[in-house]
Write a protein of this length. Sequence first.
Lengths: 317, 317
Amino acid sequence: MDLAAGIDIGGTKTKLGLVNQSGECVVDMNFRTKEYPDLDEFLDKTIASVHSLVAQVGSPVNLLGIGIGAPNASNTRGTIEYAPNLYWKGIVPLLEKLNQRIDVPLKVTNDANAAALGEMLFGNAKGMKDFIVITLGTGLGSGIVSNGSMVYGYDGFAGEFGHFAMLPEDGRVDGLGVKGGLEAYVSATGLKRTIMYLISKHTDDSRFRSIAFNDLHGEEITEAAEQGDPIALKAFEYTGQILGKALANFTLFSQPEAFFLVGGLANCGKWIFEPTQKYMDQHLLEMYQGKVKILSSGMAEKNAAISGAAALIWSAQ
Amino acid sequence: MDLAAGIDIGGTKTKLGLVNQSGECVVDMNFRTKEYPDLDEFLDKTIASVHSLVAQVGSPVNLLGIGIGAPNASNTRGTIEYAPNLYWKGIVPLLEKLNQRIDVPLKVTNDANAAALGEMLFGNAKGMKDFIVITLGTGLGSGIVSNGSMVYGYDGFAGEFGHFAMLPEDGRVDGLGVKGGLEAYVSATGLKRTIMYLISKHTDDSRFRSIAFNDLHGEEITEAAEQGDPIALKAFEYTGQILGKALANFTLFSQPEAFFLVGGLANCGKWIFEPTQKYMDQHLLEMYQGKVKILSSGMAEKNAAISGAAALIWSAQ
């Protein structure tokens, strides 16, 4: 059986799986990234895990390669560079060191690009040539596909919309210190910051007046919106307004047929999709009106991060 | 001799020429677009002009095709759509109608994309795979090349940076009504608007206090800066600050190796290049620092608009 390994390296967990041509993850496992502060031990563990997954498949496996999604990864150099959420500092020669351990094709890119490739091969972007995936987790990531190809940029760091200074310079500071950076507003964390801001600004009664920032979770904000909590409702409207205007502006770059909203904040469903659509439509230039969709991921039933990483290998077959 | 025809359709003039493999325009001519309000007459004149140019070349010509740069052009549909500066309204089926008149390959794209292709084939972007050309004329246009290919978008309208709402919503209104749109600040016209704004704001003595907006020209602003006129100096600093910050943000999209500044405002030379570079460097994320150049066109000696349009044909050989 032809299978590609997909590995998603995150600050907390590393997830691995073997993925078939339909994007289905036939076996998978995960371990805690933080248990391996030594890079060589992490890589030994990773390769041992791939072999163990191969052994778990009942029939003989033809391993086509290993695709890896990782923060701050350069596809051209095969490196992870200065990733703030990982132990291994500086420039990590990831593929070079993996090559010493296993003899199959290896590819790496950042997690948002992997998500975009996964959507194109296995999800809701099948058949599309121009689209952008926006990942809304702790931060905001983006993977851009233009004319059927990933936009990687000069050395692999294209698609960093999270740090776009859309807001005034006296706005919130994002994770990289950008003033008014988009992800400080539009991300799972940004939504929490907005709840705090609205509590400071308005006098409405709200359950969030008795919850500390660190105890606040996205699902709770959705639940509160469903119960009509005025601060939760305002928070989604505020977030959708900023994201909608941003998407209208991003359309000026590569004129995508669709934006896909995926990850934590996207799981809030209509609460985030509806205001985003409304404000995007308000701000789109006439020449784009009616041509840009906002869609949800088609990878929800699949193991999105693993299948996306494996798409690096499947897209090259 | 193998030659490609290049045609640049502008609101005022239509320029045509025959271009060799090195991007040199061996014969050229132009006529006033406005003398042909009837589309069919315009197209007849255009094709007659191409035949006339072919006849002017001493030796036999193998005409490889005709490339056209035009405002609001869709490469996928071969149309010009709702171009505000042209007589022909609505959707103009340009290539379909030209096909009825001549039997050679025909291609069309917007003028900024043609400029980018010209720069890649014949100019200073030779050998680059990721770069962005910014045209600074009446408005601000942009042509994006990613991994060696033009970014055209879903139906040909990618690369409209001029309408990016970088500035606050109570900012200037641009040519398409966008509040705070970039080209209202950064373009030949934007520079003139900035002169008026600075006269309203400051009390410095300046030659521009005795020149009306409609009588003001870009060359004069450069000349004034060279003579130390304080309003002219402030105007370039202000423009470079906005453009530099915008380029730092646009880097987040496709991570270009270089931005090329071309056209009217770029002819102001160091007065615009130096502040733009300074402010871009201040705003670039650390991962991009030292990797993004701001360059001038390599097409100055060539007939840039004609050679760029012809590059549509040469790039397909």
